[in-house]
Design a binder for this molecule. Structure first.
Ligand SMILES: [Fe+2]
Ligand SMILES: [Fe+2]
Length: 319
């Protein structure tokens, strides 16, 4: 961590964008100081009528996932090697990353509020519950495992925001589509940064990095919203129905999960790594075989087609 930290300023410059240059939610939403604000809001509400039930469920849960950012920031700040009190550069990275991420929930939250298609109060309760419930991604305070997780998860969010944007575009909803694709662009930059951190760690500490990657994939990468619930439910009870809706729409599927793993294996050149101890060699072979093994299992599993009725979205929309 000390080794990578020496270059933290160059990573901030390369992968993050300064406040004065980056987009803000207001660039993508109707500006309430403008004369035409109400017209633009009416347009949002008209266009929103074209979007179906599963779509709203997924957009709500994606927004709530983004809004649980306090959980992610505090988790990362607690990693070994990070010092938020001293001059350690890692806290700078985490703060700047958080600053960028914060705009995602902000944007989607405002859009959903204006759309008139969802029950904001129920959604707000879900967000508060999710922050209360926290998460457990199986990394502990280990930075190697955490960077595997973030490398994976930033790409997963890139894919899901991008696909939601494509679906919105298909239904003629340009404003929402632009929002989602611009957010997806942020996620991609973050993914590129985290996978680079891992790549550097592989250079310095290949066996331990391999074992950390293996450990994370063996337990499976859980989603940050694993504990999501609706009001009146127990912890995590809404997750499966949300995930099924995302699979039905093709926004994020088991095949995407496998594809991300293949991409990480390729970028980190897992197959070419030879300077490993015995245990790490076994881990490498496991990781190389895992995508094919998972595909065979995925082919046999059908996605449930029955739509759960969420409190977040009224059922009288387009199905
Ligand atoms: Fe995000
Ligand atoms: Fe992200």
């Amino acid at each position: 961590m000390q080794t990578v930290e020496k270059s933290i300023d160059s990573f901030v410059d390369k992968y993050l964008i300064p406040v004065e240059d980056i987009w803000q939610p207001t660039d993508l939403l109707p500006n309430s100081q403008n004369e035409g604000f109400m017209d633009e809001v009416m347009q949002i509400r008209e266009e929103a009528k074209e979007l179906g039930y599963d779509f709203w469920v997924v957009l709500v849960a994606d927004m709530v996932t983004e809004e649980a950012l306090p959980t992610y920031e505090s988790w990362l700040m607690d990693m070994e090697g990070v010092d938020q009190h001293g001059k350690n550069g890692w806290s700078k990275w985490i703060r700047h990353w958080t600053g960028e991420e914060n705009r995602h929930g902000d944007t989607l939250n405002k859009y959903l509020y204006l759309s008139g298609r969802v029950d904001m109060r129920e959604i707000e309760k879900t967000t508060q519950y999710l922050i209360n419930d926290g998460f457990d991604i199986g990394t502990g305070r280990d930075p190697y495992k955490n960077f595997v997780y973030t490398s994976f998860q930033e790409l997963a969010t890139n894919i899901s925001h991008k696909r939601v944007g494509q679906l919105a575009k298909k239904r003629g909803n340009k404003m929402l589509s632009k929002m989602c694709s611009i957010i997806a662009g942020d996620e991609m930059r973050h993914h590129l940064a985290y996978r680079e951190f891992v790549k550097i760690i592989f250079d310095y500490d290949p066996s331990e990095m391999m074992l950390a990657f293996h450990d994370m994939m063996k337990k499976k990468i859980v989603m940050p919203a694993q504990f999501i619930r609706e009001s009146g439910q127990g912890i995590g009870e809404a997750f499966e129905n949300f995930s099924n809706a995302a699979q039905r729409l093709g926004v994020y599927t088991t095949y995407d999960y496998i594809d991300i793993l293949r991409k990480l294996n390729a970028y980190w050149e897992i197959d070419k790594m030879n300077n490993l101890n015995d245990q790490a060699e076994k881990a490498r072979d496991y990781l190389m075989n895992l995508p094919d093994r998972m595909s065979r299992i995925a082919d046999r599993i059908a996605v449930p087609q029955d739509q759960h009725k969420f409190k977040w979205v009224e059922a009288n929309g387009v199905l």
